[in-house]
Design a protein around this ligand. Structure first.
Ligand code: SAH
Length: 206
């Protein structure tokens, strides 16, 4: 299929990630009717609350960089449409996803329910503080750009755990980085240039 071919040609090569992406219909998450015929193109698309559903190849590369294992408990910051969370749900035991916009969380929850994705818990929360009640996490994925990795998220990563996130100024090109927590600190690795909406503190005004 064209969609998978485009993902492979952009570096998404992990068989499990490709398999998950083949099974999650992106169109179900593109609820802005105007754009639904572009759901299988490798481009970001607008969703409600002035946010975007990420480009599929970037979703694939970020998922691949997380190196998920079946037993992992994952936190996603930035639910948005719910598309990324749905892919994570096929590769991990449990997915917590938070967004500062209640409206987005409710819309995503309805889609998860319709698709029978029972291992995702979606919540309205400021993800820059993480989710202390559920910490520590084996994996953390942030899909909005902060200037630096938020301290609470670093603190909620298990030793041996991996966090993938874009960092940099919101109006410029950002760097996608992978942070691995070791026994005595953190290892940082720069993966590629990306462009995400900013991580904004506090809850959205509905
Ligand atoms: N992962 C999404 C795309 C996310 S777009 C998808 O698959 O569709 C980035 C999202 O991050 C937006 O929905 C925005 O509301 C959210 N966001 C920004 N700052 C946040 C914060 N502090 N806490 C939680 N969510 C935040």
């Amino acid at each position: 299929m064209q969609f998978l071919f485009a993902l492979r040609s952009r570096g998404v090569t992990d068989a499990r990630v490709l398999h998950a992406m083949e099974h999650v219909d992106r169109k179900a998450f593109v609820t802005t009717g105007l754009f639904s015929d572009r759901a299988y193109e490798d481009m970001p698309l607008p969703i409600a609350c002035g946010q975007t559903i990420s480009q599929p190849s970037v979703v694939g590369l970020m998922t691949q960089a997380l190196d998920l294992r079946d037993r992992d408990k994952v936190l996603e910051v930035g639910t948005g449409s719910g598309y990324q969370a749905a892919i994570l749900s096929h590769l991990a035991r449990r997915v917590y996803t938070v967004d500062r916009h209640k409206r987005l969380v409710q819309a995503a929850e309805a889609i998860f329910e319709r698709l029978g994705l029972a291992n995702i818990t979606a919540m309205t929360a400021d993800g820059s503080r993480g989710l202390p009640d559920q910490a520590p996490f084996d994996r953390i994925l942030v899909t909005a750009a902060a200037e630096d990795p938020p301290g609470p998220l670093l603190a909620q990563l298990r030793v041996g755990g991996i966090m993938v996130l874009p960092v940099g100024q919101s109006d410029a090109v950002q760097a996608l980085i992978r942070v691995t927590r070791t026994e005595d600190g953190f290892d940082y690795e720069e993966l590629r240039a990306v462009r995400f909406v900013p991580l904004v503190e506090g809850l959205g005004q509905e």
